[in-house]
Design a protein around this ligand. Sequence first.
Ligand code: URP
Ligand code: ZN
Ligand code: ZN
Ligand code: ZN
Length: 464
Amino acid sequence: MLDTLIAGARVVTPAGTTTCNIGIRDGRITWLGEDRPEAAEVIQAAGLIAMPGGIDSHVHISQPSGPGIEMADDFASATRAAVAGGNTTVLPFCLPEEGQTLRAAVAAYHEKAAGACLCDVSFHLIVKDTDPVTLGQDLPALIAAGHTSFKVFMTYQGLALSDREILEVMSVAKAQGALVMVHAENEDAIEFLRDKADREGHGDPVWHARTRPVPVEREATHRAITLAEIADVPLTIVHVSNAESLDEIRRGRARGAKVFAETCPQYVTLTADDLDRAGFEGAKYVCSPPPRGREDWDGIWAGIEQGGFELFSSDHCPFRFADRAGKDAPGARDSFRNIPNGIPGVETRLPILFSEGVSKGRISLERFAAITSTNHARLYGLADKGAIMVGKDADITLWDPALTRPIRQQDLHHGSDYTPWEGFEITGWPVRTILRGATVMLDGTPCGSPTGQHVERTAPETLL
Ligand code: URP
Ligand code: ZN
Ligand code: ZN
Ligand code: ZN
């Protein structure tokens, strides 16, 4: 006797898409087929598409964000938004506070997340300190405990590591079997351009984009791959915004480097012109790397369609507009430097890709499942997740491919007070999110108690 039978959906599996029934028992998928075994609950899903629950492997939640600025989401609101948007697992980054050890930071994140989450979570680390205790003790111990991926930054004051430091961190990843994620932008070049903008009196939000042009990202992408080749480790280049950087990744792969690549909705739907909106509205679109030009979208789509990108994530990094606009403090709007970087997107990532990708015929259902769920599970060691297969966790999202409505802030569940995609038309919405067999979102509304668990991970599986 099954607990639940999902009946009659088109089911997207790693072996292809087929109309069948999905049987669930004790939170796992135990049966797939055309027969209808007995079940305590039957979910009628004819006309719907069953996808593996979304895994968003790039989100920022409750992260320290500078003096007087608080991230708009805690674990409760971020995971409420995540399940509303069809996700069953998110991977936030654990960033130590000033003076805090990495180990203490991880313990604090576990505490913040415990009992608060509507979906499952697991933590990447951010390595910003390269002292002997961090690299010699904390990082190896945390990797051994299942935190098998971490991010290093080539930009942002206080976070950016030198090439030498990145090599030291990569050699820990090499010794311990972890995956390094790199934020690739050239900090010195950015500071040079920002100082020049300051001298010339350019403070508007659009100058955030103008001082982080494509070559800044392209050069750092090349350098990150080069460092990984020297250290002989795989790496993920996160949030790739343009085709020139993707070309560096292709060239690295052609040399034999193990490079994985991630892109995000903002790089196929927003532009630098959005940062130029009047009345400081442009601040709502400030993220790094910045959105580029419309002409850059095609190159990113080509990577999404043809396999250049393994991962499509949100880079959800939510702030409230008042925090971005300096809370009306005198002088706060004089410089784009004061705007915290990042935009909200965990709730809109999947609908945007479904609508722009699947509904518009750019990508198949199978490719959608791969870059929004399966590859995230394989790359980041979520062994029980990422596919509709017997034996996996019953993390399943039901999609109505015909449901059409725009994205509207008033319908969203994140902690931000705006969405960069206000009014963006979507065809194809998730209508039910199922986490380990239990419904956690129905018809757009999160439901149930916070049963999300922390997932310990295995070593990353190599995709290339
Ligand atoms: O602007 C962004 N992307 N903020 C989030 C932090 C990061 O760099 O991923
Ligand atoms: Zn980043
Ligand atoms: Zn990020
Ligand atoms: Zn842990």
